[in-house]
Write a protein that binds this ligand. Sequence first.
Ligand SMILES: [Zn+2]
Length: 417
Amino acid sequence: MKKLYFLFFLLLSTVMQSQSLLVPDRVFDGEALFTNWIVVVDGNVIAYAGPPDKCPVKIIKDTILLKGMTLMPGIIEGHSHLLLHPYNETSWNDQVLKESSAERAIRGAVYAKKSLLAGITTMRDLGAEGAGYTDVYLKKTIDEGIIPGPRLLVAGPAIVATGAYGPKGFHEGVTVPLGAETVSGIDEAIRTVRRQIGNGSDFIKVYADYRWKTGEPAQPTFLLNELEVMVATAETAGRYVVAHASTPEGIRRAVLAGVETIEHGDFGTLKSFNLMKENNVAFCPTLAAGESVAQYGGWIKGKGPVPNRIIQKKASFKEALQSGVEIIFGGDVGVFSHGENYREMELMIEYGMTPLAVLKSATSINARVFHLDGLGQIKKGFLADVIAVQGNPIDDISAIKSVKFVMKDGEIYVREP
Ligand SMILES: [Zn+2]
C-alpha cells in the first residue's frame, strides 16, 4: 500500500512539474489575436489555450508571467540555408569552393542556435549548396539534443540540370565542386531523387530555371517530363518537390509537373500566379534575399535610386497578391544574417501584406503547406512550440525582433523577464 501511495505521489509530482501556465498580455494563436487568454503547457503539448475561467486544469506549479508580451506559435521559417552565410561576408562562390563541409557544419550549428533564439522553432532548409548532406546531419544532431536548433526539414543537395549551375567561370578541363547535384534524362532523374530520399532528404528541391551563363537572364532548365518524373518519384516515397523558379516558363513547367511550392518567382506574372493558385501551389517570395543582394551590389535603401530588380519584384509581388495565391513566409536567410528572419516579415508588409496575414503565413499557413501536423497554432493538443515577443506585432511588426521567450517541444530556451 505504501508503495502504491509513493508511486501515485511520484506520478502526480512529475505531472505537476511538467506543467506550466503562460500568462501573456495577448495570444496570437496562428489565426487571430486574443486578449485575456492563458496557455497551459503539459510536457511538450499545449493542454489549454483560452480564457482563464474556462481552464479545466487547476493546479499548476510553474507560472510564467509574460508582461506586455504577445504569445504566439514558434515561427516557421520557410526558406533558409543554414549552410550559407551572408554573401557580403564571403561570396557564394567562395563558400562553395573554399569552405570545407566541416567548417560549414560548425557555422551551421552556430546559425541553428541563433535562429532558435530568434524565435524560429521550425525551419525548412532549401539546400546544402555544395555541402552534401550536412543539413541532414545538422538535423540529426539537433533532434538528438547535441546542439540547440529549430526542427528542420531538409532538402540535402538541390537538383539542377547538367551544366546549369555554379560555381561557373572555369574552363572545361577544371572540375569544381558544384552547389547542387546535376541530372539529365528520365533515368538519372528518378535515380537521383531515390538516392536523395535514401540519404535523408525530407523533400526534393529542383531548379526549374537558372542563368546558364553568369550575368545573363534565367532560362528554363529541365524539360517538363524530367520534372514530372522527379515529382512522381518523390510522391511515391511520400515526399514532395519544391522548385526554384523565377521565369514564367520555369514556373509553368514546375506547376504542371506537380511541385508544391515555387521559390522566388521574381519574374512571375499574374498568369503565373493564377496558375499556381489553380493548382494549389504556394508561393515563397524571398523578398529579403532580393533586397540583400541589391544592397550588396551598392544600393543604399532610402537613398540611392531603387534598382530595376526591386521595382520589378514589387510589381510582380502585387500580382501575386492580386491572384490570391497562398503566400508562405521564407526569406532565403543565409543570403542575409541568420537570426534576422524578421526582415522578410517587414518586407512582406512593405510590399503590400497586412501584419496579420504575414503572421499567419509564418505560422499556421507554413505549417499546413509543409505538412506539419500539430505545429503552427496555439491550440489544445498541438506541440508546445511557442514564443513571446515584447509588444504587439500586429500593431508594429518590429515587436517580432524582441523575442523574450522561446519554448520548443516543451523545453524553454529563452526566458527573459
Ligand atoms: Zn535559397
